[in-house]
Write a protein that binds this ligand. Structure first.
Ligand code: NAD
Length: 244
């Protein structure tokens, strides 16, 4: 029997960017533990294990990391599950605010700390990548909870990097611009919205999940062994400046 060398935990594994990450890490030879409240198309694949779980259940989420197997060469946690509201600040309820924070921030903290603590205990190497957003770098109308939560994800990334760096665990974030997934699919069926996206970017290219998977593999590889606490912006130039 082969010993476990490469292991990846991926939250939000059943859709969009998370689903593409599962595919990319399986292709790289990782054993993948997908975590999502929905079932996965990868269930049944030998190197894939699915945990159907609402990750705002902090106790079950932490327990999953305590019970897991870890690898000798590289362990990766990709905190990808996330949600957003689209509603005016006046209408934003406290329940909506708390729901966005529970998933985008608290679950990433709970998973990140539990994963890092297990690596420290077992003296295994590892990397965390948190899915932030361009909304973690600048404001956006009608997304108050989302914008605040993604700024918090970037803060959490720095803090985990600072606390666990001495154990050789690296923690970085990715800030995607608009990437075509079920979360953003409606934009592609609305000519005005699509034009807004194209005008807001400085590259005449639309973002795809493969733009993010390549970056996640890079940030968790030895090519970036001296990189921690950073946020890699992948947005076609969305945050470069404004078109006057
Ligand atoms: N798509 C984009 O344009 C874009 C841009 C910037 C950042 N992001 C970020 O990337 C991440 C993934 O986005 P996506 O577009 O792939 O979204 P998506 O909606 O396609 O996928 C999100 C996944 O998270 C899962 N999920 C939601 N709530 C959960 C919960 N409580 N417990 C367990 N699983 C839960 C869903 O079942 C789904 O499989 C999010 O953090 C999002 O904020 C996306």
């Amino acid at each position: 029997m082969h010993s476990l060398t490469h292991k990846a935990f991926i939250t939000g594994a059943s859709s969009g960017i998370g689903r593409a990450l599962v595919s990319a890490f399986l292709a790289e030879g990782y054993q993948v533990s997908g975590i999502d409240r929905s079932p996965s198309v990868f269930e049944g694949e030998a190197a894939y294990q699915h945990h159907q779980l609402d990750i705002t259940d902090s106790i079950s989420l932490a327990a999953l990391f305590e019970a897991a197997d870890y690898a000798e060469t590289n362990n990766v946690l990709l905190n990808c599950a996330g949600t957003r509201e689209i509603c005016s600040i006046a209408d934003l309820t406290l329940a909506q605010w708390e729901n966005v924070f529970a998933l985008n921030v608290t679950a990433s903290f709970v998973a990140g700390r539990a994963f890092c603590q297990e690596l420290v205990k077992r003296q295994c190497p590892g990397n965390v990548v948190n899915m932030a957003s361009v909304s973690g770098l600048m404001g956006e109308p009608d997304r108050t909870a989302y914008v605040a939560s993604k700024h918090a994800v970037i803060g959490l990334t720095k803090q985990l990097a600072l606390e666990y760096g001495k154990h050789l665990i690296r923690v970085n974030a990715i800030a995607p611009g608009v990437i075509r997934t079920p979360l953003t699919e409606s934009y592609y069926h609305d000519a005005t919205q699509l034009e807004k996206i194209q005008r807001g970017q400085f590259l005449p290219v639309l973002g795809e999940t493969s733009d993010i998977t390549g970056a996640a593999l890079y940030l968790t590889s030895l090519q970036t062994r001296f990189v921690t606490g950073s946020t890699l912006v992948i947005d076609g130039g969305w945050t470069l400046g404004k078109d006057l």
